[in-house]
Design a protein around this ligand. Structure first.
Ligand code: MG
Length: 370
């Protein structure tokens, strides 16, 4: 990471990444695994995905191909090959991306064309994220938002935690009355008898006109999120709680999800994200694409996904160069808070071999059987 990014659930210091390359007759495709070094409260860490991807996962894809006479399974079927658990969904998303890239390159189409989303001439709107600064100084948050505002961003998400919430957000709001401002608590607050002080703090955000308050409470607790949503004026957004289509269905039904932060990788990939945004659209729940500090490959895929009609709010699509010291993949220039999607065939640009040679830690090449 270019700078440590503080959240209520821990600080991101390094961003190791796993890429998957699939080679088949007539071409290759690349995918990126979203797993973070330390994982999150609900997402397994990178080491687990490395074990899975280099172990059973590739074997499963190879077996599926063998059962089809040697032809790889089409990308929309990939999810059905994996367990419906967090590690299975992250692995499926990485493999799906590689197969989709292969398919799109063979077909001569970009991911945006394939998805058929709507892009206005000004480009895809991009949201930015500001972490909790190491010294917990309000002025550092305001300065970071000032910089983003000057660069043209009009939606900024600020990380908060109990005790560092009303003060920084009030200061940002005073400086930027028109900004679409969101807070992201990464599940750090408590509700009920043990959370009276937290409830008071969260109610203190109501006068600030936030677009939403993201994941105030721990992920599994949908009923408490529904109660909180009923008492707060600020719309409650879920992120970590939305680990599967089932959880999204439940969260919307219970009134726990007034805004949805959908992460394609956590849901199982592009096809899963498309299904989730369709449900949000049908349910009248505004949604945006969330990020995992991806490199350019997965982030450009997220930017294409963000053009689907259910994504009514700007997603976490800021350039990886803003948070990574080295991005091995190309990413479109973000200008005035917007970007233009690449039109070349495939999901996105592949990692630069020179960067991989310089920084790569390990490569495992698994030949198909038979
Ligand atoms: Mg979040």
């Amino acid at each position: 990471m270019r700078h440590p990014v503080g959240t209520a659930a821990g600080t991101h210091l390094e961003r190791p990444v796993i890429y998957v390359e699939v080679r088949a007759d007539g071409g290759a495709g690349w995918g990126e695994c979203a797993a973070l070094a330390d994982g999150t409260a609900v997402d397994p860490p990178l080491e687990r995905l490395w074990q899975d991807l280099t172990g059973k996962v590739v074997g499963r894809v190879a077996a599926a191909a063998a059962a089809r006479g040697g032809r790889l399974p089409p990308s929309p079927q990939v999810r059905s090959l994996f367990n419906a658990d967090p590690a299975g969904r992250l692995a499926a998303a990485a493999i799906e991306m590689a197969l989709l890239d292969l398919e799109l390159r063979a077909a001569g189409r970009s991911l945006a064309e394939h998805l058929g989303g709507v892009v206005d001439g000004a480009g895809v709107p991009v949201g930015a994220v500001v972490g909790i600064p190491p010294g917990h100084r309000v002025g550092d948050v305001v300065a970071a938002v000032d910089g983003l505002f000057e660069a043209g961003y009009r939606r900024v998400r600020v990380k908060i935690e109990p005790g560092f919430d009303v003060a920084p957000l009030s200061a940002v709001r005073r400086a930027h009355p028109e900004l679409a401002l969101q807070a992201d608590a990464n599940g750090a607050y408590r509700w009920g008898a043990s959370g009276l002080e937290d409830a008071r703090r969260l109610a203190g955000l109501d006068p600030l006109g936030l677009s939403c308050l993201e994941q105030p409470l721990p992920a599994p607790d949908l009923p408490s999120h529904a109660e909180l949503a009923a008492v707060l004026e600020t719309p409650v957004c879920l992120d970590e709680s939305l680990g599967s289509h089932r959880s999204l269905v439940d969260a919307i039904r219970y009134g726990a999800c007034e805004v949805a932060c959908l992460k394609p990788a956590r849901l199982g990939g592009v096809a899963a994200a498309r299904q989730a945004q369709a449900l949000c659209q049908a349910s009248g729940v505004p949604a945006f694409v969330g990020g995992f500090f991806e490199t350019g490959l997965a982030r450009v895929a997220n930017a294409a996904v963000a053009t689907l009609p259910g994504f009514t709010m700007a997603g976490d699509l800021g350039a990886p160069a803003g948070y990574l010291e080295v991005d091995p993949c190309p990413y479109p220039v973000v200008r005035a808070g917007r970007l233009h999607l690449p039109t070349a065939p495939g999901v996105g640009g592949w990692p630069d071999p020179a960067v991989l040679a310089r920084f790569g830690l390990a490569t495992v090449w698994i030949p198909a059987q038979g």
